[in-house]
Ligand binder design. Sequence first.
Ligand code: GUN
Length: 303
Amino acid sequence: MSSYTLIDGKQTAEALLVEIEKKIINLKKQNITPGLAVVLVGNDKASETYVRSKVAMSERLGIKSIHKELSVEISEDELLSEIESLNADDSVHGILVQLPLPAHIDTEKVLNAIDYQKDVDGFHTLNAGALSKGLESTIPCTPLGSIILLKRYLGDLSGKNAVVIGRSNIVGKPVGQLLLKNNCTVTYAHSRTKDLPAVCRQADIIIAAIGKPEFVGSDFVKEGAVIIDVGINAVQKEDSDGNSKRRLVGDVDFNAVCDKCSAITPVPGGVGPMTIACLMYNCLYCASMIHNVDFEMSDDLRA
Ligand code: GUN
């Protein structure tokens, strides 16, 4: 029977947060308090939960937190002027607009209205473009967290075959850019890919970011592959007593693949805690850049 390494996102996120907290203390000695504004439009339950944990983590680290809850009926112009005032506020170094936005609002317009220097999500076109050119930029949080985990557990990624399943702007595309920057041979696979399991069986590294519960089965996985499961899906599952319970599962069928792979992230406890830690990282990065302060993380906590 093969044994696999469980890639511990909680422990790595904690190491990252400890380092960030120290850097925040140093910034405060220079009279700089990082500020993060989180904007939530409407009352989507999942978004409310995510926003609550982002605000709580900012407060834990001593980041000034500004939390804006706006009506689902807000007009696009009103939302754009909220962003303008956050752009102009010197106590705010990071601005995050929780997605998805209501259908009557042009998401791209809103994301591009955020000052690119305060773009803690890395979703502004200037930052996405800079990342694709290999230039300095903020990096979307989930991809950043995924690559930090991979490098911490695998070391040098050079020459590895990486298959990214999913091509979203939030995860798939940027994580592929980061793998390329780390000298991987990158394949983007998606819903139209022919014979997806066969493509994935070529992979030394699989990044699963499809948003379909337990989609990646054992026929996708080469012996010894490393799997990063980005999915967080709430499903109803029966426990051993036959009771139906709400559970979180990833995009990977963990029990089906774990004996085939050499390392895998669990859900929960894998990429999830890294995403929120990387949001704090990006807030610190933005505050440091705005104030011209050096920003260097330890070697094992970099993308
Ligand atoms: N909704 C789901 N993931 C994200 C994210 O990483 N950032 C924002 N702003 N909204 C999201």
